[in-house]
Design a protein around this ligand. Structure first.
Ligand code: BDR
Ligand code: CA
Length: 318
Protein backbone atom coordinates (compact mmCIF):
# COMPACT_ATOMS: atom_id res chain seq x y z
CA UNK A 1 0.00 0.00 0.00
CA UNK A 2 1.21 3.48 -0.88
CA UNK A 3 1.20 5.85 2.10
CA UNK A 4 0.09 9.43 1.67
CA UNK A 5 -0.84 12.58 3.56
CA UNK A 6 -3.45 14.88 2.01
CA UNK A 7 -3.35 18.63 2.70
CA UNK A 8 -6.80 20.03 1.92
CA UNK A 9 -9.15 23.01 2.14
CA UNK A 10 -12.36 20.95 1.83
CA UNK A 11 -14.09 22.16 -0.46
CA UNK A 12 -16.16 20.21 -2.98
CA UNK A 13 -13.32 18.76 -5.07
CA UNK A 14 -11.16 18.17 -1.98
CA UNK A 15 -14.04 16.05 -0.65
CA UNK A 16 -13.76 13.71 -3.64
CA UNK A 17 -9.97 13.55 -3.20
CA UNK A 18 -10.40 12.59 0.46
CA UNK A 19 -12.86 9.83 -0.44
CA UNK A 20 -10.62 8.40 -3.16
CA UNK A 21 -7.56 8.46 -0.87
CA UNK A 22 -9.46 6.97 2.06
CA UNK A 23 -11.23 4.21 0.15
CA UNK A 24 -8.86 2.95 -2.55
CA UNK A 25 -7.33 -0.38 -1.42
CA UNK A 26 -3.86 0.50 -2.79
CA UNK A 27 -3.60 3.64 -0.64
CA UNK A 28 -2.96 4.13 3.05
CA UNK A 29 -4.12 7.61 4.06
CA UNK A 30 -1.95 8.31 7.10
CA UNK A 31 -3.62 11.62 7.95
CA UNK A 32 -5.35 14.69 6.54
CA UNK A 33 -4.19 18.23 7.26
CA UNK A 34 -6.41 21.25 6.68
CA UNK A 35 -5.63 24.85 5.81
CA UNK A 36 -7.45 28.07 5.03
CA UNK A 37 -8.45 28.28 1.40
CA UNK A 38 -11.85 27.57 -0.07
CA UNK A 39 -13.27 28.63 3.31
CA UNK A 40 -11.83 29.59 6.69
CA UNK A 41 -9.87 26.72 8.12
CA UNK A 42 -12.41 25.67 10.75
CA UNK A 43 -15.00 25.03 8.02
CA UNK A 44 -12.45 23.09 5.96
CA UNK A 45 -11.73 20.92 9.01
CA UNK A 46 -15.41 20.33 9.75
CA UNK A 47 -16.05 19.45 6.10
CA UNK A 48 -13.15 16.99 6.05
CA UNK A 49 -14.51 15.29 9.17
CA UNK A 50 -17.98 15.16 7.58
CA UNK A 51 -16.60 13.40 4.52
CA UNK A 52 -14.67 10.82 6.53
CA UNK A 53 -17.70 10.18 8.78
CA UNK A 54 -20.06 9.66 5.87
CA UNK A 55 -17.83 7.02 4.25
CA UNK A 56 -17.10 5.25 7.55
CA UNK A 57 -13.44 6.30 7.74
CA UNK A 58 -13.50 8.52 10.84
CA UNK A 59 -10.47 6.69 12.24
CA UNK A 60 -8.28 8.61 9.77
CA UNK A 61 -6.89 11.52 11.83
CA UNK A 62 -7.53 15.13 10.79
CA UNK A 63 -5.15 17.91 11.87
CA UNK A 64 -6.13 21.57 11.56
CA UNK A 65 -3.52 23.87 10.06
CA UNK A 66 -2.88 27.52 9.38
CA UNK A 67 -5.65 30.11 9.45
CA UNK A 68 -3.61 32.70 7.53
CA UNK A 69 -1.19 32.74 4.63
CA UNK A 70 2.46 32.06 5.30
CA UNK A 71 3.65 35.67 4.94
CA UNK A 72 0.72 37.94 4.11
CA UNK A 73 -1.29 39.41 6.98
CA UNK A 74 -4.66 38.97 5.32
CA UNK A 75 -6.53 36.03 3.93
CA UNK A 76 -7.40 35.71 1.27
CA UNK A 77 -5.72 38.55 -0.50
CA UNK A 78 -8.69 40.78 -1.39
CA UNK A 79 -11.00 38.82 -3.66
CA UNK A 80 -13.00 40.24 -6.49
CA UNK A 81 -16.61 41.02 -5.65
CA UNK A 82 -17.90 38.35 -8.02
CA UNK A 83 -15.45 35.74 -6.72
CA UNK A 84 -16.71 32.25 -7.42
CA UNK A 85 -14.95 30.35 -4.64
CA UNK A 86 -17.82 30.90 -2.21
CA UNK A 87 -20.33 29.72 -4.75
CA UNK A 88 -18.39 26.63 -5.79
CA UNK A 89 -17.58 25.49 -2.27
CA UNK A 90 -19.72 27.39 0.26
CA UNK A 91 -18.80 27.20 3.93
CA UNK A 92 -20.28 23.79 4.67
CA UNK A 93 -20.57 20.76 2.43
CA UNK A 94 -24.07 19.40 2.06
CA UNK A 95 -23.39 16.43 4.37
CA UNK A 96 -24.51 15.66 7.96
CA UNK A 97 -22.56 17.51 10.71
CA UNK A 98 -19.44 15.65 11.81
CA UNK A 99 -19.57 13.45 14.89
CA UNK A 100 -15.81 12.81 14.93
CA UNK A 101 -13.31 15.40 16.15
CA UNK A 102 -10.07 16.87 14.87
CA UNK A 103 -6.80 15.90 16.60
CA UNK A 104 -5.31 18.12 19.29
CA UNK A 105 -1.99 18.48 17.46
CA UNK A 106 -1.84 21.00 14.65
CA UNK A 107 -1.13 20.20 11.01
CA UNK A 108 2.41 21.63 10.96
CA UNK A 109 3.39 19.68 14.08
CA UNK A 110 1.88 16.50 12.60
CA UNK A 111 3.78 16.94 9.32
CA UNK A 112 7.11 17.51 11.06
CA UNK A 113 6.72 14.60 13.49
CA UNK A 114 5.38 12.16 10.93
CA UNK A 115 8.14 12.72 8.38
CA UNK A 116 10.83 12.83 11.06
CA UNK A 117 9.75 9.42 12.38
CA UNK A 118 8.74 7.78 9.08
CA UNK A 119 10.26 4.43 8.19
CA UNK A 120 8.33 4.07 4.89
CA UNK A 121 8.01 6.67 2.12
CA UNK A 122 4.94 8.89 2.49
CA UNK A 123 3.83 10.93 -0.53
CA UNK A 124 2.60 14.42 0.35
CA UNK A 125 -0.42 15.57 -1.67
CA UNK A 126 -1.21 19.27 -1.11
CA UNK A 127 -4.40 20.29 -2.91
CA UNK A 128 -4.83 23.66 -1.20
CA UNK A 129 -2.78 26.82 -0.56
CA UNK A 130 0.73 25.69 0.44
CA UNK A 131 0.82 27.54 3.80
CA UNK A 132 1.17 24.43 6.02
CA UNK A 133 3.89 22.94 3.86
CA UNK A 134 5.92 26.16 3.73
CA UNK A 135 5.63 26.56 7.51
CA UNK A 136 6.69 22.95 8.14
CA UNK A 137 9.81 23.10 5.96
CA UNK A 138 10.78 26.52 7.33
CA UNK A 139 10.59 25.24 10.90
CA UNK A 140 12.28 21.96 10.03
CA UNK A 141 14.36 22.33 6.81
CA UNK A 142 15.46 18.67 6.89
CA UNK A 143 11.90 17.76 5.93
CA UNK A 144 12.82 18.64 2.34
CA UNK A 145 14.97 15.49 2.21
CA UNK A 146 12.41 13.39 4.08
CA UNK A 147 9.43 14.00 1.80
CA UNK A 148 10.11 11.74 -1.19
CA UNK A 149 7.43 13.04 -3.53
CA UNK A 150 4.94 15.90 -3.59
CA UNK A 151 1.91 15.81 -5.88
CA UNK A 152 0.54 19.36 -5.88
CA UNK A 153 -2.72 20.63 -7.36
CA UNK A 154 -2.01 24.18 -8.39
CA UNK A 155 -1.16 26.64 -11.10
CA UNK A 156 -2.07 26.97 -14.72
CA UNK A 157 0.00 27.55 -17.85
CA UNK A 158 -2.69 28.37 -20.39
CA UNK A 159 -5.02 30.17 -18.00
CA UNK A 160 -5.77 30.95 -14.38
CA UNK A 161 -9.08 30.69 -12.54
CA UNK A 162 -8.88 33.57 -10.04
CA UNK A 163 -7.10 36.04 -12.29
CA UNK A 164 -6.16 35.58 -15.96
CA UNK A 165 -2.69 34.53 -14.73
CA UNK A 166 -3.23 32.71 -11.47
CA UNK A 167 -4.87 29.60 -10.12
CA UNK A 168 -6.49 29.74 -6.66
CA UNK A 169 -4.16 27.51 -4.56
CA UNK A 170 -1.04 29.39 -5.63
CA UNK A 171 -2.67 32.83 -5.73
CA UNK A 172 -4.05 32.45 -2.18
CA UNK A 173 -0.54 32.09 -0.71
CA UNK A 174 2.11 32.88 -3.33
CA UNK A 175 4.95 33.27 -0.81
CA UNK A 176 4.25 29.79 0.55
CA UNK A 177 4.26 28.37 -2.97
CA UNK A 178 7.54 30.14 -3.66
CA UNK A 179 9.10 28.60 -0.54
CA UNK A 180 7.95 25.12 -1.57
CA UNK A 181 9.00 25.34 -5.24
CA UNK A 182 12.42 26.75 -4.39
CA UNK A 183 13.14 24.43 -1.45
CA UNK A 184 15.01 21.81 -3.50
CA UNK A 185 12.60 18.87 -3.21
CA UNK A 186 13.85 15.84 -5.13
CA UNK A 187 10.52 15.12 -6.80
CA UNK A 188 7.49 17.34 -7.40
CA UNK A 189 4.57 16.55 -9.67
CA UNK A 190 2.41 19.59 -10.45
CA UNK A 191 -1.18 19.08 -11.58
CA UNK A 192 -2.32 22.47 -12.90
CA UNK A 193 -5.59 23.61 -14.46
CA UNK A 194 -4.24 22.56 -17.89
CA UNK A 195 -4.64 18.91 -16.81
CA UNK A 196 -7.66 19.17 -14.52
CA UNK A 197 -9.70 20.86 -17.23
CA UNK A 198 -9.00 17.87 -19.49
CA UNK A 199 -10.57 15.56 -16.90
CA UNK A 200 -14.04 17.03 -16.75
CA UNK A 201 -16.74 15.08 -14.92
CA UNK A 202 -20.20 15.27 -16.49
CA UNK A 203 -23.78 15.20 -15.28
CA UNK A 204 -24.08 11.69 -16.80
CA UNK A 205 -21.08 10.62 -14.72
CA UNK A 206 -22.86 12.01 -11.65
CA UNK A 207 -25.90 9.86 -12.45
CA UNK A 208 -23.56 6.85 -12.59
CA UNK A 209 -22.04 7.81 -9.21
CA UNK A 210 -25.50 8.07 -7.66
CA UNK A 211 -26.57 4.75 -9.18
CA UNK A 212 -23.75 3.03 -7.27
CA UNK A 213 -25.96 3.31 -4.17
CA UNK A 214 -22.99 3.81 -1.83
CA UNK A 215 -22.27 6.72 0.55
CA UNK A 216 -19.21 7.72 -1.49
CA UNK A 217 -21.13 7.50 -4.76
CA UNK A 218 -23.94 9.66 -3.37
CA UNK A 219 -21.58 12.23 -1.85
CA UNK A 220 -19.57 12.49 -5.07
CA UNK A 221 -22.72 12.99 -7.15
CA UNK A 222 -23.92 15.71 -4.76
CA UNK A 223 -20.73 17.75 -4.68
CA UNK A 224 -19.91 17.38 -8.38
CA UNK A 225 -23.47 18.28 -9.45
CA UNK A 226 -23.10 21.41 -7.33
CA UNK A 227 -19.81 22.24 -9.06
CA UNK A 228 -21.38 21.72 -12.49
CA UNK A 229 -24.29 24.00 -11.57
CA UNK A 230 -21.90 26.85 -10.73
CA UNK A 231 -19.57 26.21 -13.68
CA UNK A 232 -22.48 26.18 -16.11
CA UNK A 233 -23.24 29.79 -15.24
CA UNK A 234 -19.83 30.90 -16.47
CA UNK A 235 -18.46 28.44 -18.97
CA UNK A 236 -18.56 28.01 -22.72
CA UNK A 237 -21.47 25.95 -24.13
CA UNK A 238 -19.16 23.27 -25.59
CA UNK A 239 -18.21 22.16 -22.10
CA UNK A 240 -21.56 22.76 -20.40
CA UNK A 241 -22.85 20.12 -17.97
CA UNK A 242 -19.36 19.24 -16.77
CA UNK A 243 -16.79 20.46 -14.25
CA UNK A 244 -13.21 19.76 -13.22
CA UNK A 245 -12.72 17.89 -9.94
CA UNK A 246 -9.15 19.16 -9.62
CA UNK A 247 -7.95 17.68 -6.35
CA UNK A 248 -9.13 14.12 -6.95
CA UNK A 249 -6.98 13.93 -10.09
CA UNK A 250 -3.83 14.13 -7.91
CA UNK A 251 -4.97 11.14 -5.87
CA UNK A 252 -5.97 9.26 -9.03
CA UNK A 253 -2.41 9.76 -10.31
CA UNK A 254 -1.00 7.95 -7.27
CA UNK A 255 -3.17 4.93 -8.04
CA UNK A 256 -2.91 5.03 -11.81
CA UNK A 257 0.06 7.19 -12.89
CA UNK A 258 -0.95 7.41 -16.56
CA UNK A 259 -4.24 9.16 -15.76
CA UNK A 260 -2.17 12.31 -16.36
CA UNK A 261 0.62 13.01 -18.87
CA UNK A 262 3.55 15.02 -17.54
CA UNK A 263 6.54 16.90 -18.96
CA UNK A 264 9.60 17.98 -16.93
CA UNK A 265 10.03 21.77 -16.78
CA UNK A 266 11.44 24.38 -14.40
CA UNK A 267 8.67 26.09 -12.39
CA UNK A 268 8.90 29.41 -10.53
CA UNK A 269 6.25 31.37 -8.64
CA UNK A 270 5.46 35.05 -9.23
CA UNK A 271 4.98 36.85 -5.91
CA UNK A 272 5.12 40.50 -7.02
CA UNK A 273 3.46 41.30 -10.33
CA UNK A 274 0.36 43.46 -10.13
CA UNK A 275 -1.28 41.45 -12.90
CA UNK A 276 0.51 38.17 -12.40
CA UNK A 277 0.86 37.54 -8.66
CA UNK A 278 0.38 33.83 -7.96
CA UNK A 279 1.30 32.72 -11.46
CA UNK A 280 3.18 29.45 -11.90
CA UNK A 281 5.86 30.41 -14.43
CA UNK A 282 6.40 27.13 -16.29
CA UNK A 283 9.51 27.47 -18.42
CA UNK A 284 8.54 25.19 -21.31
CA UNK A 285 11.21 26.68 -23.60
CA UNK A 286 13.99 26.92 -21.00
CA UNK A 287 14.41 30.71 -21.19
CA UNK A 288 15.02 31.14 -17.47
CA UNK A 289 17.52 29.87 -14.95
CA UNK A 290 18.42 26.25 -14.62
CA UNK A 291 16.02 25.48 -11.77
CA UNK A 292 15.20 21.94 -10.66
CA UNK A 293 12.67 20.26 -12.96
CA UNK A 294 9.08 19.68 -11.93
CA UNK A 295 6.87 17.07 -13.63
CA UNK A 296 4.05 19.21 -14.94
CA UNK A 297 0.80 17.61 -16.11
CA UNK A 298 -0.62 19.11 -19.30
CA UNK A 299 -3.05 16.36 -20.18
CA UNK A 300 -5.36 13.89 -18.48
CA UNK A 301 -7.57 10.96 -19.41
CA UNK A 302 -11.11 11.84 -18.30
CA UNK A 303 -12.57 8.37 -18.95
CA UNK A 304 -9.91 6.56 -16.87
CA UNK A 305 -10.29 9.14 -14.10
CA UNK A 306 -14.05 8.68 -13.85
CA UNK A 307 -13.83 4.88 -14.17
CA UNK A 308 -11.26 4.74 -11.38
CA UNK A 309 -13.60 6.69 -9.09
CA UNK A 310 -16.63 4.61 -10.11
CA UNK A 311 -14.77 1.37 -9.36
CA UNK A 312 -13.51 2.66 -6.01
CA UNK A 313 -16.76 4.21 -4.85
CA UNK A 314 -18.81 1.22 -6.03
CA UNK A 315 -17.10 -1.17 -3.60
CA UNK A 316 -18.90 -1.97 -0.37
CA UNK A 317 -16.31 -0.79 2.13
CA UNK A 318 -16.34 -2.42 5.54
C1 BDR B 1 -8.15 24.55 -6.58
O1 BDR B 1 -8.66 25.64 -5.81
C2 BDR B 1 -9.65 25.19 -4.94
O2 BDR B 1 -10.76 26.03 -5.03
C3 BDR B 1 -9.97 23.77 -5.32
O3 BDR B 1 -10.31 23.01 -4.17
C4 BDR B 1 -8.71 23.29 -5.95
O4 BDR B 1 -7.80 22.78 -5.01
C5 BDR B 1 -8.52 24.75 -8.04
O5 BDR B 1 -8.05 25.97 -8.48
CA1 CA C 1 -8.56 22.30 -2.74
Amino acid sequence: MKKLILDVDTGTDDAVAVMLAALHPDLDLVGVTTVNGNAEVQYCTENTLRVLDVIGRSTIPVFEGLAKPFARPDFPVPRRKDDLTDKIHGKYLDLPPATSRKQEAGAVEFLIETYRDATDPITLVPVAPLSNIAAAITLHPKLVEMIPHLVIMGGGHLHGNVTPSAEFNIWADPEAANVVFSAGFERITLVPLDATHKALVTRDDCAAFRALGTPAGDATATVVEHRIGVHDKIQRMEIAHSAPVHDALCVAHLIQPDVITTEPHPVAIETQGALTVGRTVIDVRRRGTDARLVNVAFDADARSFVDLMLNTFGQKHG
